[in-house]
Design a protein around this ligand. Structure first.
Ligand code: GCU
Length: 602
């Protein structure tokens, strides 16, 4: 079948935004992962005419027309393209690390997957994408389903009325071009992996089904499980929902209100609380009509009190590390094995906490953190200089925030939602981030809100002075003593002050070292330099008032187009405690010992 004929067969697309279906791993799904055909479309020939008129937004487009008016009049057909004769790529997977000739490619690639599907009369079907970086335009059987922007959060479209028993063709236009108005914007210190980078699934549901739910502890009430269940297409065929947690002898039954939602509160004094040391998860089931959804959910309280972070009523110190979502091949990570590789290293380091930078990671990471006991900082890629004056940019950032919180709000390991990283202070930026903060709290008033801020210093005095800190629960900041300035020998003389009576987390510090390169501790890029940098920074950090945690930058060396020093970086940011080929640097053991000391009773 020719790609571009499909997209001419476009009825007014069903592009209304579909609300996210959650707990997808435990639903009835059919995977479309595997080999997909792809066509590199550098000039977007499949989307625009030679005069740059977009085919699927062309005026006067007749619903029944097989071709756009343009082609009908001109009897032209794009005959130079044919998916079935085109090469294939493994999905999920970024194109950069799969195809050498696409390593640095930034632009448009069309993907196509053909499949059969026998959808029974009383069922509905949804096409679900775990993530596509960066912008996706999705068509099924020539009909445009819609558009999604944002490279790290899931989305789904209903396809019930379009699916056929045989020869369905799912076409996805992926564009990873960086743009000033995008989120993130043009400049980042990570690799812009393009493509369908997470699972593609078909989700089969009853006519009226459980779309989403929250089941967590109510804010400030450790004996109250509260939340909601949302029914999609509530048709009153059944008007109650049950929530069961057998181990707690909870068998709650509640009536759904007119708009298909039920809010509930369940008191229980027997809850065993989740913690990194004891990551207790309960078997939970949510039932409605003939549908039962199961999930493992943990319960814990998280709050701040007296400028401390308090987990289950006790002050906790976040022994963390920052992590980028990259796999052993040097591509975008997405599998459970990738998650095991990264989080096992974090545990080996002695961590009870990880910062998943700088965007929402794949769902395997947060589900594994629940299971093995790691608290999590999640963030959206409002990074450096996004366009804070643009309403379109704000709506995009807010949408990514909503999708992140919607997907992970039942993950007890997630304790912090972060709004931004190292953004330059301005009135527009303050409004932008304060609005994101308010949106996050409106969706989830139980977790802590933070942002990785920049610091100021005069001489040996260092501090944070940033208006948005007033609205954050945790004042987090990135400092690079000994790498982007400052003298490591002064570390213990540096005085940190904080004008906010809030917990402080050092969300980044670090330096670069080529694993295996040895020399004196004052020789940049040697392991000895990085080792000394950690020794000195940790001494300084340990004295910061209200210090409540840290997540040094970073667990593993990672690709960045900004890091090119031949023989040392070669396209990698070398601040990892572990090299990209899995070898630990001496600084790994400095941090490990520091955390080991932190766990000893004072
Ligand atoms: C910044 C930024 C990171 C970056 C790091 C570095 O703090 O937040 O994304 O990789 O510094 O310079 O290595």
């Amino acid at each position: 079948m020719k790609l571009f004929n499909y997209i001419f067969l476009i009825f007014p697309f069903l592009g209304f935004s579909q609300e996210l279906i959650t707990n997808v791993p435990n639903r009835v799904t059919t995977s479309l992962n595997g080999e997909w055909n792809y066509i590199v479309d550098q000039y977007e020939t499949g989307y625009y005419s030679f005069h740059r008129d977009a085919y699927d937004q062309q005026k006067g487009f007749q619903k029944s027309a097989f071709y756009s008016n343009y082609h009908a009049q001109n009897k032209q057909e794009l005959v130079e393209y044919d998916f079935d004769k085109s090469p294939t790529m493994t999905i999920p997977g970024d194109w950069n690390s799969q195809k050498e000739n696409l390593f640095y490619y930034e632009g448009n690639i069309w993907f196509k997957k053909s499949f059969d599907y026998d959808l029974k009369e009383n069922k509905r079907l949804f096409a679900y994408f775990g993530a596509i970086n960066y912008k996706a335009e999705v068509y099924l059987n020539g009909i445009k389903l819609g558009i999604h922007e944002g490279g790290f959060t899931p989305f789904n479209f209903e396809v019930t009325s379009i699916i056929k028993e045989k020869d369905n063709f799912l076409v996805v236009k992926v564009d990873n071009t960086r743009r000033k108005e995008a989120v993130p914007t043009l400049n980042t210190d990570w690799f812009n992996y393009g493509g369908i980078t997470r699972d593609v699934l078909l989700i089969e549901e009853p006519k009226s089904f459980i779309q989403d739910y929250t089941i967590q502890l109510k804010k400030g009430e450790k004996n109250t499980i509260s939340g909601f269940v949302k029914i999609n297409n509530f048709d009153k065929s059944a008007d109650f929902v049950t929530v069961k947690i057998p181990e707690l002898k909870i068998n709650y039954k509640g009536k759904i209100d007119a708009d298909g939602i039920i809010n509930f509160e369940i008191t229980n004094k027997k809850i065993e609380y989740w913690s990194p040391e004891s990551p207790k998860l309960y078997d939970v089931s949510v039932a409605y009509n003939n549908q039962v959804l199961k999930e493992n959910i943990g319960f814990r309280t998280i709050e701040t009190k007296n400028a401390q972070i308090v987990l289950n009523g006790k002050p906790v110190f976040l022994r963390g590390i920052s992590i980028h979502e990259e796999n052993a091949k040097g591509g975008r990570a997405y599998t459970e094995q990738d998650a095991v590789r990264l989080l096992t290293w974090a545990k080996e380091l002695g961590c009870n906490y990880v910062r998943l930078a700088h965007y929402p990671h794949n769902e395997n990471m947060v589900r594994l953190a629940d299971k093995i006991g790691l608290m999590v900082w999640e963030e959206i890629p409002v990074y450096w200089t996004v366009d804070f004056t643009s309403l379109e940019t704000y709506k995009n950032a807010e949408n990514q925030l909503v999708e992140m919180i919607t997907r992970d709000k039942n993950r007890c390991s997630t304790i912090i939602w972060s709004m931004a990283n190292e953004t330059p202070i301005s009135d527009a930026r303050n409004t932008f981030i304060n609005n994101l903060n308010a949106k996050a709290r409106s969706l989830d008033n139980t977790r802590l809100i933070s942002a990785a801020l920049l610091t100021k210093s005069d001489g040996l005095n260092s501090y944070v002075d940033d208006a948005i800190a007033e609205n954050l629960d945790i004042v987090a900041f990135n400092e690079y003593l000994g790498w982007y300035g400052g003298n490591l020998d002064d570390a213990e003389k540096i005085q940190w002050t904080s004008k906010y009576n809030k917990p402080v987390v050092v969300s980044e510090f670090g330096g670069g070292a080529k694993q295996g390169l040895h020399g004196e501790k004052n020789e940049r890029w040697t392991e000895e330099y990085l080792e000394y940098l950690y020794i000195q920074n940790l001494k300084m950090i340990d004295k910061i008032p209200n210090i409540s945690g840290l997540s040094p930058w970073i667990l593993v060396d990672f690709r960045s187009p900004r890091r090119l020093l031949p023989g040392i970086q070669d396209g990698y940011n070398r601040k990892g405690l572990i090299s990209n080929d899995g070898n630990k640097k001496k600084a790994f053991f400095v941090l490990k010992e520091f955390y080991n000391q932190k766990t000893k009773p004072h």
